[in-house]
Design a protein around this ligand. Structure first.
Ligand SMILES: Cc1cc2nc3c(=O)[nH]c(=O)nc-3n(C[C@H](O)[C@H](O)[C@H](O)COP(=O)(O)O)c2cc1C
Length: 176
């Protein structure tokens, strides 16, 4: 798909998926997109776990706690490694994760699948349960969960501000 079409088509999807299975190659394409993202000072803090095992995909949905996510046929969980801060520098793991997550979203849409960036709703014991399920070492923290599958319906997404309200040419307030 053309990049512009992917960008326009991407919306958060929170409905049942079809039975069409995501293949291992497709999941690898999605995980590789996240892997290819930039990271602050090239510290490469994200760890990306593609999940295809039916039981684990379902269990992740159960931990998350929403029925639609339980119908996913694959999932990706992203964790970050806490890197020692250098003097005067804060860790960039949040930005690194965000870059990886956005790449992932676009790859999902490119293949005709759908997902949602789930972060806020797992910022509690759910992220720890996911880490345990996936056998993560102690120094990794789960930060994002992405249930993936073929959408069963078209979704238009929420209301957004107009382009001119948020984007400007040459100076603030001047429209394109
Ligand atoms: C940092 C971040 C955290 C998010 N966490 C969640 C979440 O926990 N659960 C959820 O359903 N959506 C989550 N989202 C998705 C947003 O709700 C969604 O992107 C926003 O409402 C705009 O809708 P759109 O993605 O369809 O454009 C998150 C998005 C971002 C960027």
């Amino acid at each position: 798909m053309e990049l512009r079409d992917v960008l326009k088509k991407r919306v958060s999807y929170r409905f049942d998926f079809t039975d069409r299975k995501v293949t291992k190659d497709e999941l690898k394409y999605i995980v590789e997109a996240a892997f290819l993202a930039p990271s602050g000072s090239n510290r490469q803090t994200p760890r990306i776990i593609g999940v295809l095992d039916d039981e684990k995909v379902l269990k992740l949905g159960e931990i998350y706690g929403f029925d639609w996510a339980k119908t996913a046929t694959a999932a990706v969980v992203i964790a970050y490694k806490v890197m020692e801060k250098r003097p005067g520098k804060r860790s960039r793991h949040l930005e690194d994760f965000s870059a990886a997550a956005q790449n992932l979203l676009l790859a999902v849409v490119d293949l005709g699948f759908a997902t949602t960036w789930i972060q806020g709703q797992i910022e509690n014991e759910k992220s720890e349960q996911m880490a345990e399920l996936l056998n993560l070492p102690e120094d990794l923290n789960v930060i994002g969960y992405f249930p993936i599958g073929e959408p069963s319906r078209e979704v238009s997404g929420p209301e957004k501000m107009s382009f001119d309200e948020r984007c400007f040419l040459n100076e603030f307030g001047s429209s394109f």
